[in-house]
Design a protein around this ligand. Structure first.
Ligand code: DQA
Length: 151
């Protein structure tokens, strides 16, 4: 069975209460349940983690080597600043564990400091602007790359 790790970055634990107009009403627990359900329907096991710390995210990415076939990652605020997360994603990609980046909002339509993603260039693909549904689209996209049964 294909194994996927979903990594949520800082402040995404507040979803459902955080800037609902921007990020939508779904809680992280609801998004994770939808991801696990879709994964089960497509023959993949989905494990979801959330970290506020940059180093914790780097460690989670590194630890995916040998355990997961691919990663869905919303680096949240670190998207625009973190060379360390970019380097970890790049390293895993070279080891054969590709990543898909996801954002609930459409950063390109927001403040200029959100327009650049340091992580996107080392990801297999990116999904932005579709709210919580974007995570499901990212999972489908990742599975189409790594060979999930129903993808
Ligand atoms: C975000 C967009 C980022 O710019 C922001 O810092 C977030 C969430 C999104 O999912 O739309 O925390 O990654």
């Amino acid at each position: 069975m294909t194994a996927v790790l979903v990594i949520h970055g800082p402040n995404l634990n507040l979803l459902g209460r955080r800037e609902v107009r921007v990020y939508g009403p779904a809680t992280l627990a609801e998004i994770d349940a939808r991801l696990r359900d879709l994964g089960a329907a497509l023959g993949a096991s989905v494990t979801c983690v959330q970290h506020n710390g940059e180093g914790d995210i780097v460690t989670a990415i590194q630890d995916a080597d040998g355990r997961y076939d691919g990663i869905v990652i919303n680096p949240a605020g670190y998207t625009h600043t973190s060379v360390a997360i970019r380097d970890a994603v790049a390293a895993l990609g070279e080891l054969g564990v590709p990543a898909v980046e996801v954002h609930l909002s459409q950063p390109a339509a927001r403040e200029p400091f959100r327009h650049r993603s340091l992580v996107a260039p080392v990801c297999r693909g990116s999904v932005s602007g579709f709210g919580a549904d974007g995570y499901l689209l990212a999972l489908r996209g990742l599975l189409s790359q790594v060979g999930g049964e129903g993808a």
